[in-house]
Design a protein. Structure first.
Lengths: 207, 207
DNA sequence: CTTGAAAACGAACATACGTTAGTTTTCAGA
DNA sequence: TCTGAAAACTAACGTATGTTCGTTTTCAAG
């Protein structure tokens, strides 16, 4: 027996990436092995190589596809929000969360497996990530320039906001206590109230 | 040649844990191998087993020691802050950040390698982590009860705050642009302004 | 000074893993 | 219908890895 009846290259390739996403998400890249991956897809280990270059190449493809679509969809959401800085910032936050709810696995992998990439791949993904962070930094600076936000350090503030928003996908599960919309509202409030101009209490210093 | 002149059990055990922290922090538990670990300590792979039970046991010990000291030091910081809810909350935030600056490796490992623990070990570490989250949840609820905070959902708010604060150790490096004190002030402001009562702008909803 | 435990060594075992090679069968275009 | 590419199979190679075993040397207690 060799090639299987009804086998289809594109379908198998997609099944491999789907299964790989799940396995890497659950066990991590280093702990995932290609025999388990092949078994989940329903093929033999060697057959994987009709669809991937190497294990490392598979990881890079997954992360690259993810970052590309994250950037594209973010830009679309920002474009739809119009020119007003605060509206764009809200759109960014809402989109970030909704995207993360929808695609927890990709997001988690992109954030936790950077170190598993070999140097050239690492550099490429890092560039895309910096692009994404740059979107938020620009929004914060636009809001500050418009006099609506009070930002001490736009880069660090962006990191803090992204850490909070991205943290959601470590515990969010569909069908949990809060709806997606409630979570968006809650986080939008947390973020915006934390940086809106004129909102500073006596909290600024810790002594 | 066998036992080495001047060899000392306690010193070697400490060196193993130090080296393991660094290797796991940089490469992850699954990607760390005991030959590299032994080489970094300056002994042969088999000699590791005079000081550890298994690789898994080593990971558990590292995480367990970390969580134990985190809980103890947090309680000490809270005790020193006195009874006032907001003072305690500030103390929690400041302590969390300073602890994370000081012990980035342990913190990162504890947060990223939970899945590498086998089920019994996993359960034990998870209990300690829930304990820690419980400290913050209690503080938020005390602040709300005292009328100083406005909290929609204390658990989710706690997760969001912890994600933000813990995110620091993914990018913080000593000698960076901001001092530790500045970072504490910046994050304290972000958190407290985000949840202080009467601070709600029109940000609550996203539509 | 003797002796048993401690702590290192060298060597190896057993398995797991990424990957390759050669073969076989199916599919799609001429 | 024929033919070459596609996609699967079986088998295995080479290496890496966690761990064990028996030995040897040092340390410290009696």
């Amino acid at each position: 027996m060799a090639r299987i009846t009804g086998s289809n290259g594109a379908r198998t390739a997609a099944a491999i990436r789907d299964a790989a996403r799940g396995l890497i998400y659950r066990h991590g890249y280093a702990a995932m092995n290609l025999r388990d991956l092949a078994a989940e897809v329903g093929i033999r280990p060697g057959s994987l190589y009709n669809h991937i270059t190497t294990k490392q190449g598979l990881l890079f493809d997954l992360m690259s596809e993810h970052m590309t679509s994250l950037l594209a969809e973010t830009d679309a959401a920002l474009a739809a929000a119009g020119p007003e800085p605060m509206a764009r910032l809200r759109a960014f936050i809402a989109h970030h969360l909704l995207y993360h709810f929808e695609r927890r696995q990709e997001v988690y992998i992109a954030n936790s497996e950077l170190r598993a990439l070999d140097p050239p791949n690492h550099a490429r993904i890092l560039t895309m990530r910096r692009d994404y962070e740059g979107r938020l930094i620009a929004l914060l600076e636009a809001g500050a320039a418009a006099g609506e936000l009070e930002i001490t350090d736009s880069r660090i503030t962006a990191y803090a906001i992204l850490a909070m928003l991205t943290g959601v996908c470590t515990w969010y599960r569909p069908g949990g206590r809060c709806s997606k919309e409630e979570l968006v509202a809650l986080h939008t409030a947390l973020v915006l109230d934390g940086i809106r101009r004129g909102n500073r209490g006596e909290a600024g210093g810790d002594r």
